[in-house]
Design a protein. Sequence first.
Length: 181
Amino acid sequence: MKSLSHFVKLTGSALATLLGVSLIGCGDKCEDYNCAPCTSAPNDIVVLFDTDSTQGGFRRAEISGGYVVLYTALGFTQPLDTVRQERGGLDFYRRPTSLRTLPWKVAPNSAQLPYPEGYNFRFVLPRANRGYDLSNIELRTEASGGCCDCGHNTRRRFSLNGVPKVADGYEFDERGAVLRR
């Protein structure tokens, strides 16, 4: 009988240890989770220039000298600010351009625009004799849940030169406007 009570005591102790270890595993499951893929500004539109000049894209010389004009959302009649490419700085040819993070002087604290929806944008390439109007911007962002609770776009719509566009994708080249000749 003594051995049976000793067995029950050992089994109960092992069960308590096993339960304790399992509960510890249920603690902060996100503690070591890497949230680096989260984007700090999901409510944005990215602008890319087609630079494949063998297929009709822009050459570097055509893009250099380009600039972006920021307007109120009431049309393209009230310019608020202009951002130009600079040597060693902003370069439309090499990298995509975020509407929010262009160095706007009218943005609060000269940091970034709070929301592109309140504005219209005109990209001008004088050397290519081209201009592109982005307007009617509509963005919707939701939290994704999970460990990081990253925000992500569920809707990204705009007009490019008056033509409605949908850029709801998650891949980089699906999140914005590609400017072509």
